[in-house]
Ligand binder design. Structure first.
Ligand code: PHB
Length: 395
């Protein structure tokens, strides 16, 4: 007999004919004094460093508040999702069914997120997205129990095109991995670039997570655009930046990116990264006290420089703390929990942000340039940018 059933039958004996349903929330709390947090993140593959940074940031936020959530101790359950969409549903189900988590934190890859989204919608478990930007999660498939602390895939690239045109780069080649994150980043880029008067010479892609860039770089050299814009991230971004320089394109054809390109990779790429201009909802050099304190604490704790992924993990921790405190640890008080999460203002290292109606951050997008291995802010590319959230029928 499971411990839950034992508790149930014992309680039923104690209360005689009283309605069990009335007691269920109390029993659920009693049988799980520790709040169960599931982390479904990539710990292997091209996005492995992103998963580690998210977990680091998440744990740091919680440790800073005394290591508890709404007064309850925490028990962690971890799954390496390998950024493998085919295993998305199975891995999320493990956390929900086998480990009975109260909250599922994950993930990085948009394809895997679609699996989590299905499990979250079917089970009703609280799901916090610390990175993956797939539009559907907060648009057509949005759900009352799903909240994103990161971005939608088109959010960072929407203001990129105008910045490129302002610098005189009106003909661009776009290059990316062919999956939701790359496709939707392109959607945002294309809209902004065309509106600013730019034109797209060619759209190039390769399957995720391939890094055989050579033939595509040769094609770019032959096309001679004013600039190249791209979406790559993690290990693949390191290789792309290095190959771009090795192919002799650096210094000849300016490279722009959705800002993930230069996150967590600057030590690895060295001089090949210098001068890359990008747009993102974070920058290392953001000169606000919250960011300075965060960077110092993160470097001290992990002996590593934080990046946008660490910030997103940290903000996921902040959001969960806010929600758990609002319901004093009673995660079954869903109406109050969701209300608290919806109305949260997160005092983030990226600057304060709020939750949109469809549960995605409303946030500033910064224009940045890589200088001395740092993402430096050189402007605000978009102020308080909200994703459309079109199609969400939530009350
Ligand atoms: C995604 O798959 O949604 C994704 C992955 C890595 C990023 C951004 C988005 O840096």
């Amino acid at each position: 007999m499971t411990s839950r059933r034992r508790v149930l039958s014992r309680s039923a004996a104690l209360i005689g004919t009283a309605s069990i349903s009335l007691l269920l929330p109390a029993i659920t709390r009693a049988q799980s004094a520790k709040l169960r947090v599931g982390l479904m993140l990539p710990y292997t593959g091209t996005y492995s460093q992103l998963g580690v940074a998210i977990e680091n940031g998440f744990r740091m936020a919680i440790e800073e508040q005394g290591g508890k959530l709404g007064g309850r101790e925490i028990e962690y359950f971890k799954v390496d999702d390998e950024s493998e969409p085919a295993k998305g549903i199975e891995n999320a189900t493990k956390l929900v069914q086998r480990d009975k988590v109260d909250v599922l934190v994950g993930t990085v890859h948009s394809g895997v997120q679609m699996g989590i989204q299905k499990v979250a919608r079917d089970s009703g478990v609280l799901s916090l997205i610390p990175n993956a930007g797939v539009h559907a999660a907060t648009r057509s498939l949005c759900a009352p129990n799903v909240f994103r602390t990161s971005f939608t895939n088109s959010q960072p690239t929407r203001p990129l095109g105008a910045a490129m045109v302002a610098r005189g780069h009106k003909k661009a080649v776009w290059i990316t991995w062919k999956y939701a994150a790359g496709d939707e980043a392109f959607e945002g880029f294309k809209e902004g670039y065309l509106a600013a008067g730019g034109s797209i010479v060619k759209e190039l892609s390769l399957p995720f997570p391939n890094v055989e860039f050579q033939a595509l770089l040769t094609e770019i050299a032959a096309l001679k655009p004013d600039a190249v814009a791209c979406f790559f991230s993690g290990g693949g971004a390191v290789k792309f930046i290095q190959d771009y320089a090795a192919a002799g394109l650096k210094g000849k054809i300016p490279l722009y990116g959705s800002g993930f390109l230069t996150e967590g990779v600057l030590d690895a790429v060295g001089s090949a990264g210098e001068g890359i201009v990008s747009t993102l909802h974070y920058a290392d050099s953001l000169d606000i006290p919250r960011n300075r304190a965060f960077r110092l604490a993160y470097a001290k704790t992990y002996k590593l420089q934080p990046d946008v992924f660490a910030v997103q993990g940290y903000d996921t921790g902040l959001l969960l703390i806010h929600g758990a405190n609002a319901v004093k640890g009673d995660m079954n008080n869903k109406a109050a929990l969701y209300k608290a999460l919806e109305s949260a203002t997160i005092d983030s290292p990226r600057g304060k942000w709020t939750m949109s109606k469809s549960h995605n951050p409303v946030q500033d997008i910064y224009l940045r340039v890589v200088e001395n291995k740092e993402n430096k802010v050189i402007g605000i590319a978009a102020k308080a940018l909200a994703d459309s959230g079109a199609g969400c029928k939530m009350a």
